[in-house]
Design a protein. Sequence first.
Length: 392
Amino acid sequence: MTSRPDFDRIIERHNSNSYKYDKLRETFGTTDLLPMWVADMDFASPDFILDAIRARCDHGILGYTLTPKTWSDAITSWLYRRHGWTVEGTQLGFIPGIVSGLALAIQCFTQPGDKVLVQSPVYPPFLHLPVNNGRELVTNSLVFDGQQFQIDFDDFERKAADCKLFILCNPHNPGGRVWSVNELERMCEICVRNGVLIVSDEIHIDLTLPGYTSHSPGSFTPEIASQVITLMAPSKTFNIPGLSSSFYVIQNDRLRKQFKAYLDKAELGMGNLFAILAAQAAFEHGDAWLDQLLAYLANNIAYIDNALKADMPRIKACIPQASYLIWLDCRELGLDDEALNAFFIKEAKLGLNPGTSFGVEGSGFMRMNIGCPKATVELAMNQLKAAYKARF
């Protein structure tokens, strides 16, 4: 039995080599901020994961490691249990990280000069990786309807016709949008018709919030599944991103062999001892912990939405359907992007991600990470309220 998680516990993270905390001055020019930017949580990793790591440390030898069948068994059981998706253990493989996996997929399945389709605004590496690897970036701009992002399918179909690969963010980051089955099937069918390989980043899929259901295109028809490379990880879900515990699911035998061979050339497929142990523990024992986390996150989101509506009506929350990231619509403040960022840093004393870092479509928005104790959320909203009242 695991103990009930204490999500209210405040853990000091400064001076722990935390990217989120110890890169504040370099990023924002000051350390006098509440850091609510980098997408990791301020909650302790689950005890069943920490116990698995401690037990291995107690063994005393951290040698070269095999990836045991229990690792793939834990993943396939989780995918069936939580998502109703039947996957064979042989269709899985380790990757060093989701972003690394995206880069490797681009390198493996496209050639320099090929066009790669993404939907913007989106997690910044989606925008950088194709360009950095000598491919041409093509963007299908998402349409914000005032509450959620919608897909411009006419534009998507026009652009997909000329692309080699489509990187799907499922669920969407930064908007937290859970794409419907109809939306996913329509995008996938367009890609299948045009011979476009689909790489689906599903790092946030296990963080789908109560009331919503996410879907993996790899679980759709065999025709669609055969053209999908799915990248997943327990890292966001169980707050272990520092362990690089990601994996791929490729059901098409030819594509899987091609990708595995590409990884093997660079000796990237072996895996990391602690990453394997942590992932297995997470997927074997994580159901109850995750359910409690999702309920806690939903309460944080509701608190922020209510606080904005009551005291700061010019700032509107795009309520996420998945993840602990809130997309804030700040356009009614009447500030340009430089002034908006300065307002949050200098006046509200909050370190958030500027919307423009996710693409030009993010102008006038900010992204806030609420994966933290309720007391931190309350402090953040009090600081924002004071700055808002003083300025507006």
